[in-house]
Design a protein around this ligand. Structure first.
Ligand code: GLU
Length: 416
């Protein structure tokens, strides 16, 4: 596929997939089977707002591949949750679970809605209606949803309850649940923790140390805020963080624990003492060693790629760099740790949660964090080995490993 700046997100993921399939020597027919989503569902999600008004939104669940295990992937409530986006994210989950060797396939779901103005009551009804609409497609051994953008443990609790009212007890049908309903210790911070584990492995390879490394983080949601706090506690100098409103910057480093308290108390990053206020997108162009985009997709593209000054980009978000920008960054020697490696901590602890639910057993937080670290370090080392052997980028290496695993499983099943 020709590289252009204007690819739909599914074409963009398939651009990486196709390159990996060629390197892995996968046949054209196998390539077509692996690329095509298994099943896609679009549903109507009507909701009566608290003021009596009826609104209708579109919801989706895309199941991409299940040759290695049940479909797995989050649910997002966001205006951008169109079918092309969900399809792309479902395929990324296939490659992500394969790369970290979890016995899962890939899926994604969502509703194209901005839930920020919704009351808790409206959010609960929206969630329950969506669950009823997709319930026949999911299950603890078929397809296991989880949180993603603008969904959280409370949404997963309503999700579980609605599913169980229809189907009976099934705690393993969804992950990212609150602890009291079978959630796992360590799940909330898992994606951010994984980002910092990936960063640690990367700077170790470069011979850098945490205390000499400056970081800017885009996004202060679940991924960005935990990545920031864990980086700060590990001794990195986090000099900037942003949300959709503002970027706060302090060249000497920000006390992230205090900033998180400030934001919880004031609902905004603004007004935190000792920091300069910049425009949200400025976070991408600061003179830092490491940039962690941990918000939306496609934030680094042809128009702004040249202004990125960081030497290392760790993709906390899914698909934050367009393929065009990815090629340009590689050309000028910027190390990009790809999403399917960098943000795999979330789905890895989702897997641990699912295992605990299936066994009716609870692990300690230390066990979860140790096993998470082990898996991600192993995956990182495997990627680096392929980078060295084939002289390719980290993203190419990560996709090659993933594609080989999915192709093998599919071939053994006789599907290819
Ligand atoms: N939404 C997260 C991701 O994109 C987690 C998915 C999961 O835990 O299933 O990886």
């Amino acid at each position: 596929m020709e590289l252009t700046e204007h690819m739909d997100p599914f074409e963009a993921v398939n651009h990486y997939f196709t390159r990996a399939a060629r390197i892995a020597d996968v046949s054209a027919s196998t390539e077509a089977v692996l690329k095509t989503p298994y099943r896609e569902l679009r549903v109507e999600v009507p909701i009566r707002r608290d003021n009596g008004q009826l609104e209708v939104y579109l919801g989706y669940r895309v199941q991409h591949d299940n040759s290695r295990g049940p479909f797995k992937g989050g649910i997002r409530f966001h205006k951008s949750a169109a079918i092309e986006e969900i399809r792309a994210l479902a395929s990324l989950m296939t490659w992500k679970t394969a790369l970290v060797d979890l016995p899962f396939g890939g899926a994604k779901g969502g509703i194209a809605v901005d839930t920020r103005p919704f009351s808790a009551n409206e959010l609960e009804h929206l969630t329950r209606t969506y669950v009823r609409q997709i319930s026949r497609m999911i299950g603890p051994t078929t397809d296991i949803p989880a949180p993603d953008m603008y969904t959280n443990a409370q949404v997963m609790a309503w999700f579980l309850d609605e599913y169980e009212q229809l189907n009976g007890r099934a705690p393993a049908v969804v992950t990212g649940k609150p602890l009291a309903l079978g959630g796992s210790p360590g799940r909330i911070e898992a994606t951010g923790r994984g980002v910092i584990i990936a960063l640690g492995e990367t700077i170790r390879g470069l011979g850098w140390s945490p205390d000499g490394t400056t970081i800017a983080i885009q996004g202060f949601g679940n991924v960005g805020s935990w990545a920031a706090q864990l980086a700060h506690r590990a001794g990195y100098k986090v000099v900037a963080v942003s949300d959709s409103e503002v970027c706060v910057y302090c060249g000497g480093g920000i006390d992230i624990d205090s900033l998180a308290e400030h934001r919880a108390a004031n609902g905004s990053l603004k007004g935190f003492s000792g920091t300069e206020l910049l425009e949200p997108d400025d976070v991408l162009m600061l003179p830092v060693d490491v940039l962690i985009p941990a918000a939306l997709g496609e934030v680094i593209h042809a128009e702004n790629e040249g202004e990125v000054l960081a030497e290392v980009i760790v993709e906390g978000a899914n698909h934050p760099v367009t393929p065009w920008a990815d090629a340009a960054l590689a050309d000028r020697g910027v190390t990009v740790v790809p999403d399917i490696l960098a943000n795999a901590g979330g789905v890895t602890v989702s897997y641990f949660e699912w295992v605990q639910n299936m066994q009716h057993f609870r692990w300690t937080e230390a066990q979860v964090n140790d096993r998470l670290t082990q898996r991600l370090v192993d995956a990182h080392q495997h990627v680096m080995k392929v980078v060295e052997d084939r002289g390719c980028t980290l993203r190419e290496a990560a996709f090659v490993i993933a594609v080989e695993r999915v192709a093998e499983a599919s071939a053994l099943r006789g599907m290819l």
